[in-house]
Design a protein around this ligand. Structure first.
Ligand code: PRP
Length: 181
């Protein structure tokens, strides 16, 4: 069985995904100017594909930085335990910060990130997520940009993994039950 054979269905096809990333970038392009020189904070690992596509559609000067956050372990449901495995290189005090995330599920990870980053006194702090599962929310988090709201299904692809695999699928898909079991 190959990588693609493990996929039960495609939830968001590649062309739809790419078109939405472009339209999100257009919205974001209205918000910042070159002089703002905002810092895009990519939450690894999941957001690396989204960030890579998003950044190339942005038309203002910006910098990227990375945080490695872990919350899921290797399972398919959030453990609720959030850890910073690697922190930002940059000091964000007085900077305009845009956090780029792949998915907001319970909201616990983003709630932690927001509270943590606020203590560092950024000039502004905005959140952009490709995916959101509103039905799973336990903590309400303010989201400035949402690519797609999706149902409560375990999804992979475009950066999202199952046991660290499937991040390279170019679409958002759902795995066959026998694969996830
Ligand atoms: C995923 C995702 C978010 C978090 C969302 O990360 O990237 O950070 O879970 O879940 P929550 O809203 O319930 O907190 P994961 O721990 O799978 O790490 P990864 O990005 O390295 O795959």
């Amino acid at each position: 069985m190959g990588l693609y054979d493990d996929v039960a269905k495609i939830l968001i096809p590649e062309d739809v995904l790419q078109a939405r990333v472009r339209s999100l970038a257009e919205e974001i392009n209205h918000l910042y100017r070159d002089d703002d020189f905002p810092l895009l904070v990519c939450i690894l690992k999941g957001a690396f594909v989204f960030l890579a596509d998003l950044t190339r559609h942005l038309n203002f000067r910006h910098e990227v930085d990375f945080m490695v956050i872990s919350s899921y372990g290797s399972g398919t449901v959030s453990s609720g335990v959030v850890r910073i495995l690697l922190d930002l290189e940059r000091n964000i005090e007085g900077r305009h910060v845009l956090v780029v995330e792949d998915i907001i599920d319970t909201g616990r990870t983003m709630d932690y990130i927001i509270r943590n980053l606020r203590t560092r006194h950024p000039n502004s702090l905005r959140i952009c997520t490709l995916l959101s599962k509103p039905s799973r929310r336990e903590i309400d988090v303010p989201l400035d940009f949402v690519g797609f709201e999706i149902p409560d299904e375990f999804v992979v692809g475009y950066g999202l993994d199952f046991a660290e695999a499937y991040r390279n699928l170019p679409f958002i898909g759902v795995l066959k039950p026998e694969v996830v079991r």
